[in-house]
Design a protein around this ligand. Structure first.
Ligand code: GAL
Length: 964
């Protein structure tokens, strides 16, 4: 076998000093614009590659890169992909801690290194002339590349493109591409984002033909003048050529501006014009969106109008393939966002797959494109040695900034560049910002980590409390002179970990009330649970990691399989771009157009009228095509005569009037309910007298244990364990984050013993008109307690329970819940109810809960949070009926209640670490009828529950009427 001169046949320890070198790499071409469509030939090198994993960076020399190397003992992996998700090694999850000793730029000797090999032939029609480049769209974290045995260079910057000129090395047949990928490198210090560490070639590898006079790099400048309604197009190109936009009659030279009347691009009206850049021998397809981004009067404006971000933070994630996403998944993400009224995405915390931004242009999203930079782990040492404040690292930072800006500069959707995330402050960041401003003065700059806003065009924060957001909105937050003149965004808020986030509607009110508050981006889009046989979805620690942050990686609005969580339904309602309001009795409904640009002509409105939750009439509602920001009182029809009394209301909906690129005609966008008449007062349930006998007390349809006063049967239905309940399996938000100043309720509740309440029986009194059971409910070891009286009455058919709770002692914490819980036979698996639905709701997550008649199986009432926790309550329930073997059991509340039913207890839910730990009981369905619930908040990272949603301990009385 012969080797090229630079390789040796003997296995020698290779020089891997580039791994720890702070430089971004050597050999790659300067970055340039990315584009999907050109007539130049291209060859995808995605697919199955030969693969060999070594424990260290220097385990093997470079001989594997030479054509003809014997790979018979090697494995295979799919590219794009991460080897740790393909059976080689395991993933590691840490939030901000580096999973290796912090000694920049050094990395551990144990440095998993994957040698990848791929042989390929050129297609028969591959052009003989011209050059070719090899492009890597993403490799984590450091790669060295050889083609046909020749080293091309090495690079870092995992989520950034790197290209190498390879023309002279290419052969018609039998090319061998070799890529050595190191999990750890100096680059790892710059990539400390809160996510799984997932090494590999995880984005496309492509060979691109470069015709003699190819388009090379080009910059599309397409601005919009909202005063004149004209757009100005100028395409600056490295290689001169012509630009044509047939629809606009444009045919001009590169570099020459043309101004014509156009329809502007906005996220609400993503108008794109097809164009062509023809330079020498390449034709590149352009998709041009005319829009102008500017800071005006202290506000972020597009086309002269301030925008309100209804955003999310999106990491790239798939439960099986990690950060290797296919086109369908990217589109699915965007369709789901658009269908849930989301209008903005921050690409936290790195530039996404380039095709994602094409989709943002097409479907309409405002994008904050964030650089692949985070050095959060240095916070542990007071930011000492932070690379962003050390000039030796500045070339690497500038390289990252340039690779992002150059790649993504032609997307109208990208309106803001973000320097990175949680990297402290330092000269390196200043230098990046300066470079970006020079290269692209037509966009704004974001960075959250510097409260003085030295480099940025907006004041940005994460997880600020409602009170602080209000203060900022009012301009009372102080700060530097520069900051005081800037608009405000929450680049992260509403931590969507587990059940929640709570308090979204309260934030939205603050965004809409104060012009300076230009909205926010929920943290985050999707749970990063990894599909796993043992656990359902795995999170930090499940792979035996030495350091990890548990399920903090599962904090999205989507479950890992992209099923929307209740949090997403809530967000959709809270940010709906049309407000539908009114008091119902007045005969009109107020419609407010909350879009920033669009009028309402793309929506159709309907009305419906419900009596006791049942729709008795419906029809179309004519709403004028209000312009953005306008509102109108629209007349409702005369209320239909339902022929019987009952609780009545209007429901008005706004739906898409025609198909769009992201949803079909009829897709719901906004709704509102206007109460008309309240329900009738329930008749008294009294008259029957408790009768003792045979160890039992009977009262109407019910029988009780004569000694304990416990309910045993209700008509034909056996009932077990009915008693006061105050416990819930703490949510991630209940458990709170250690860095939050608010008390962490989950641990406090446990310390107090709310999960082990004792029920002392004081008296069972069978009186003339009622059975009264007196108890005291309290935890061992504490002096606080709840005097609890159950008063049962009946009219012979129905059974009524009134629970009175009188607190004793000094209760310093809110309760998780307050209500009763009981067990029914397992056959009671179907529910009908009149109340809020169809989804889960808690006091501060109830905006999306729509009053109506709903049905569900008990199994479907569960919300599958990746780490099991309290879930599944339905709000405002007037009555619920559970059906089982013995017929239906009806429960009416006075007042309305929170309904929950599940096949395990709260204690079992609490004990479960993963969904696979939850085993449905074959005997019992546990039903909770709650008078009150503690709110949810978002304290798993942000602020706790607002005072108005806390379940403070106070005397309470509530009733339920049962009919079996
Ligand atoms: C932020 C950070 C995110 C994520 C979040 C908590 O501090 O920017 O990456 O860690 O907190 O989930």
């Amino acid at each position: 076998m012969s080797f090229p001169s630079n390789l040796s046949s003997a296995e020698e320890v290779p020089d891997v000093s580039y791994v720890e070198d702070v430089s971004p790499g050597t050999g790659a071409l300067p970055p340039r614009a990315w584009y999907a469509q050109s007539d130049a030939a291209r060859l995808s090198l995605n697919g199955r590659w030969r693969f060999r994993l070594s424990a260290t960076a220097d385990a093997h020399d470079a001989s594997f890169a030479a054509p003809g190397h014997d790979t018979s003992g090697w494995d295979e992996v799919t590219v794009p992909g991460h080897w740790v998700l393909q059976g080689h090694g395991t993933p590691i999850y840490t939030n901000h801690l580096y999973p290796f000793p912090v000694d920049p730029p050094h990395v551990p000797t144990e440095n998993p290194t994957g040698d990848h090999l791929r042989a390929f032939d050129l297609p028969a029609d591959w052009p003989a002339d011209g050059d070719a480049v090899l492009r890597f769209d993403g490799v984590e974290s450091c790669a060295k590349v050889w083609l046909n045995g020749e080293p091309l260079g090495e690079f870092k910057g995992s989520r950034l493109p790197h290209e190498f000129a390879v023309g002279p090395l290419l052969k018609a047949r039998g090319n061998v591409l070799a890529v050595r990928v190191h999990q750890w490198s100096s680059g790892s210090y710059l990539e400390d984002q809160d996510q799984w560490w997932l090494p590999g070639i995880f984005r496309d590898v492509t060979l691109l033909h470069r015709p003699a006079e190819c388009a090379a790099d080009f910059f599309v400048h397409a601005s919009y003048d909202h005063v004149t309604g004209s757009g100005t197009l100028r395409v600056d190109a490295e290689v001169p050529g012509r630009v044509t936009v047939p629809e606009l009659g444009i045919d001009t030279a590169t570099g020459a501006p043309v101004t014509v009347p156009v329809e502007p691009w906005t996220a609400e009206t993503p108008r794109l014009y097809a164009g062509v850049l023809a330079s020498g021998s390449e034709r590149v397809e352009l998709r041009i969106g005319f829009r102008t981004v500017a800071l005006r009067d202290g506000l972020i404006t597009v086309n002269g109008t301030p925008v309100l971000f209804r955003g999310v933070n999106r990491h790239e994630f798939h439960p099986e393939t990690g950060r290797a996403l296919d086109a369908a998944t990217m589109r699915q993400d965007l369709e789901l966002m658009k269908r849930h009224n989301i209008n903005a995405v921050r690409t936290s915390h790195y530039p996404p797959h380039p095709a994602f931004l094409d989709l943002c242009d097409e479907l309409g999203l405002w994008v904050i494109d964030e650089c692949d930079l985070e050095t959060h782990g240095f916070v542990e040492q007071g930011w000492r040695d932070n690379p962003v404040d050390d000039d030796r690292w500045t070339p690497a930072l500038l390289d990252r900034a340039a690779r992002m800006v150059e790649r993504d500069k032609n997307h109208p959707s990208v309106i803001i560049w973000s320097l990175g995330n949680e990297a402290g402050t330092g000269r390196g960041l200043n230098t990046m910002a300066e470079w970006i401003r020079g290269r692209d003065p037509e966009r704004l700059i974001h960075y959250e980590g510097d409260p003085d806003c030295r480099d940025t065009d907006m004041y940005s924060r994460m997880y600020a409390s409602h009170a602080e957001v209000e203060e900022i909105g009012r301009g009372l937050d102080g700060g530097t002179t520069r900051r005081r003149a800037l608009p405000f965004i929450l680049c992260e808020y509403a931590h969507a970990m587990g059940n929640g986030p709570g308090g979204l509607a309260d934030y939205q009110r603050l965004f809409e009330a104060h012009a300076r508050n230009q909205g926010g981006f929920v943290w985050e889009w999707i749970d990063h649970g990894i599909r796993d046989e043992r656990y359902g979805y795995a999170y930090g620690g499940d792979f035996g990691e030495e350091l990890h942050d548990g399920n903090f990686v599962c904090d999205g609005l989507l479950f890992p399989d992209r099923t929307p969580s209740p949090g997403l339904a809530e967000y959709k309602k809270v940010i709906e771009p049309v407000r539908i309001e009114g008091d119902g009795a007045g005969g009109t409904v107020r419609i407010v157009n909350g879009y920033d640009f669009a009028d309402l002509s793309h929506l159709a409105f309907t009305w419906s009228y419900q009596l006791d939750g049942e729709t008795v009439a419906h029809g179309p509602l004519t709403v004028p095509p209000l312009a953005a920001g306008e509102s109108a009182e629209v007349k409702l029809p005369a209320p239909p005569d339902a022929g019987r009394p009952g609780e009545s209301q209007w429901t008005v909906r706004a739906v898409l009037a025609a198909d769009t690129a992201w949803a079909r005609e009829g897709h719901p966008v906004a709704w509102g309910q206007l109460p008309v008449a309240p329900g009738a007062v329930a008749p008294a349930v009294a008259g029957d007298r408790p009768v003792r006998g045979d160890g039992r007390i009977t009262l109407g349809p019910a029988s009780f244990d004569a000694r304990t006063g416990e309910l045993r049967t209700l008509g034909p239905v056996e009932v077990t364990g009915l008693r006061l309940d105050v416990w819930r399996a703490p949510t991630d938000n209940d458990n709170g984050a250690p860095w939050q100043p608010d008390p962490r309720l989950g641990p406090l509740w446990r310390e107090l013993g709310l999960h082990r309440m004792r029920h002392r029986l004081d008296a069972v009194e069978a009186g003339d008109d009622a059975l009264t059971v007196r108890t005291r409910v309290a935890p061992a070891g504490r002096d606080v307690g709840l005097r609890t009286v159950y008063r049962w009455t009946s009219d012979g058919e129905r059974l009524r329970l009134t629970v009175s709770v009188t607190p004793e002692g000094r209760w310093a914490v809110p309760l998780p819940r307050l209500g009763i819980r009981f067990g029914l036979p397992a056959s009671y698996g179907s529910v009908r109810w009149f109340g809020g639905g169809p989804g889960e709701a808690y006091p501060d997550t109830r905006a999306a809960s729509m009053l109506g008649r709903w049905t569900a199986e008990v199994d479907r009432l569960q919300t599958p949070y990746v780490r099991p926790q309290e879930n599944g309550a339905r709000a405002d329930v007037r009555w619920a009926e559970l059906s089982g073997a013995e017929g239906a059991l009806r429960m009416e509340g006075d007042p309305a209640f929170w309904f929950t039913a599940r096949r395990w207890t709260s204690e079992q839910l609490d004990a479960a670490g993963h969904l696979t730990d939850l085993v449905p009981s074959s005997e019992t369905v546990w039903v909770s009828l709650d008078h009150a619930q503690q709110g949810i908040g978002s304290q798993s990272c942000g602020p706790g529950v607002l005072p108005g949603y806390q379940l403070m301990v106070a005397p309470a009385e509530f009733s339920f009427t049962f009919t079996a």
